[in-house]
Ligand binder design. Sequence first.
Ligand code: UFG
Length: 319
Amino acid sequence: MTRILVTGGAGYIGSTAVYQLLERGYEVNVFDDLSTGHRESIDNRAQFFEGNLLNQSEIEAALVGCAGVMHFAGKSLVGESVQKPEMYFENNVGGSQNLLDAMKVVGVKRIVFSSSAATYGSPEVSPITEIVPAHPTNPYGETKAKVDEMLSARALGDGFASISLRYFNVAGALKTSAGWLAEKHQPETHLIPNVLKSSAQNPLKIFGTDWPTPDGTCVRDYIHVVDLIEAHILAFEWLNDPGHEIVNLGSGSGYSVREIISFASKVLGVEVPFEEDERRAGDPATLIAAIEKAGRVLGWKPQRDLEEMIRDAHLALNQ
Ligand code: UFG
């Protein structure tokens, strides 16, 4: 039996990973400080270690018996990172460094890291391949790029086998035997959950209608959380020799904010009330992933389309 440590296993994406790993026959330790995650999202077949990445000995205790790590824990709000960069560097970079130090002490060498398209900033090229240099435009993206660099360096220095998976826009939900695992962010800043919660009293705000895109609203590449975790499991199984790879995870297609609104209206059969608002600071106009490398290296292709993401997120919200 292979045991994996999932950091951030009480969060939206981490708890989905925990469930899918358990269903696949893995044993799972969860490490989470519950600062943004939810205790009830952790499957009770997993062993839970409540702890903070800033405390290395707590991580070491959770690593005992593990063959590798899926590292999701971290602060993940772009806007908040602009307000509190020190909190982002301390948690995301300092916390990841402690994790790698703890892995070295315990002798665990395989790690799948939750990186982000935010590392790319606003590149001229589209779709974005992994050879596009990291030029993040906010502290959140900077912290993810720093950890990617750290993993490269430590592959050489310490013999870690690592992969950074750069997520584009994760959406959808997972149906488990105990109900849906879904986004429960407080406050919710992501587009699809906000579209689903939109009401006449509290309409969705479209952040900017004058972007250099076909309909003036931002274009993003959405990926179903279940497909995303499938790629993590393939990545973990692929890790073997010391080294570090960067692989994008997206669908390879882009949808504008207006397209998401009209698609959601069609799928759900209701109008989505919205109002046009100012641009949100730090948003790039277009982010679309090139996903050939994920196919080549991991043998992975997304299986679930935008309709399934919207339907699942909707069912989860109304469970
Ligand atoms: N948007 C709106 N109204 C809303 C919410 C979002 O118009 O109420 C717009 C945003 O301005 C953006 C698009 O919808 O143009 C998508 O916004 P999200 O907040 O859903 O996602 P982001 O693209 O900003 O960011 C997400 C993750 C980041 C990650 C990034 C990488 O939240 O962690 O994808 O692509 F870095």
